[in-house]
Design a protein around this ligand. Structure first.
Ligand SMILES: NC(=O)C1=CN([C@@H]2O[C@H](COP(=O)(O)OP(=O)(O)OC[C@H]3O[C@@H](n4cnc5c(N)ncnc54)[C@H](OP(=O)(O)O)[C@@H]3O)[C@@H](O)[C@H]2O)C=CC1
Ligand SMILES: CC(=O)N[C@@H](CCC(=O)OP(=O)(O)O)C(=O)O
Length: 310
């Protein structure tokens, strides 16, 4: 019998994209509730407890309630796409490529926390350098990013797409998270293996799906002898043997005049770049992804497939 999957929040931005990715699959059975009943708690509880895997695409508080609804039922495994459980040690962090053991942890887990979109880029760049000893303790990491507006869910989509919305946003590109306390900072710190929280400055552009995450570094303050080439080599070694996260060859990135935030729209992969000048004193590490692909729905389906393979 095909495993049953229930997407709680299936009519929201992340949920809909997961549904699209599952369309036509015969190896799983999708349980579904009509859109008008999406907040019917009794019906949701029933569906959640009938699933082999429940994928939660809800705000944090609703996710916590959904987890409560299945906590006594060991037959149900959970993938949560919210921020609620990402630094909870009882949950596996759903970034399979972040180190060699992570895919097996996800396969075996009952509870999997799907990473945030920005942390996927930031951790993807930072963790291999921490693991290789290139990024020393105490280094003041900064993370600057731009996201497509679908990252803000249904509400921001309406603000960006509907000029008559009472809170319509007309800016083509805006900074937010200005108090520097964005909810993704703990996750970047813990899974980036950082001993100091990074300064994180996010922004949104007037495009639906796509994301650039930048981590600029001073080579003089890294482990002695670290160069642009050794950073690139560490990333290449870290991501060897899989095809979701690719490290762009230095010769290729050197020839690029610009990086297009929407290049990976609709794709579930991530590209990493190392920019700088050979012999120079600075590098800029860049991750390119779709906030709804490897940054959310694509990662959730990848995690579901790992869990089903266990
Ligand atoms: N968008 C993105 O790029 C990413 C999103 N995420 C996370 O995924 C989760 C979902 O976000 P997103 O899809 O963007 O949000 P949306 O607002 O687009 O969708 C959320 C869905 O959940 C429903 N919902 C809200 N509260 C409840 C409740 N109490 N009970 C049942 N259903 C409820 C909403 O219904 P209603 O329409 O009635 O409000 C809506 O259908 C969030 O935790 C978000 O942080 C993670 C990574 C990236
Ligand atoms: C553009 C935008 O608003 N983005 C969201 C993050 C989207 C994401 O990664 O989702 P989680 O909330 O699940 O972490 C934000 O900054 O809150």
């Amino acid at each position: 019998m095909a495993p049953k999957i229930f997407i709680d929040g299936e009519h929201g931005t992340t949920g809909l994209q997961i549904r699209t990715r599952m369309a036509g699959r015969r190896d799983v059975e999708l349980l579904s509730i009509p859109e008008a009943e999406r907040r019917n708690a009794a019906l949701r509880e029933d569906m959640l407890n009938s699933a082999d895997i429940a994928i939660l695409c809800l705000p944090d508080e609703a996710s916590k309630e959904a987890v409560q609804m299945v906590s006594a039922n060991n037959n149900v495994r959970v993938i949560d796409t919210s921020t609620a459980f990402r630094v909870n040690p009882g949950w596996a962090y759903g970034f399979a490529e972040m180190d060699g053991a992570q895919a097996d942890k996800i396969k075996a887990a009952r509870f999997v926390a799907n990473p945030g979109c920005y942390p996927t880029g930031a951790i993807g760049l930072i963790r291999p350098l921490r693991a290789a000893g290139l990024l020393p303790d105490g280094y003041p990491v900064t993370v600057n990013a731009v996201s497509g507006y679908t990252g803000g869910g249904k509400q921001m989509i309406a603000q960006m797409e509907n000029p008559d919305h009472p809170d319509a946003i007309t800016a083509p590109h805006f900074l937010y998270g200005l108090p520097l306390t964005h909810k993704h900072v703990p996750e970047m710190t813990v899974h980036g293996l950082l001993d100091r929280a990074p300064i994180f400055s996010p922004s949104v552009g007037k495009f639906a799906q796509g994301m650039i995450v930048q981590v600029p570094l001073h080579l003089d303050d890294l482990a002695e002898g670290t160069t642009m080439e050794s950073i690139h080599a560490a990333l290449v070694a870290h991501y060897a043997g899989q095809n979701i996260v690719t490290v762009v060859p230095l010769a290729e990135s050197k020839a690029l005049p610009r990086v297009n935030a929407v290049e990976l729209e609709g794709k579930d992969t991530m590209k990493l770049f190392v920019f700088g000048t050979p012999g120079g004193s600075h590098v800029n590490l860049v991750a390119l992804l779709d906030n709804l692909g490897k940054g959310a729905s694509g990662a959730a389906v990848q995690n579901m497939d790992l869990m089903l393979a266990s």
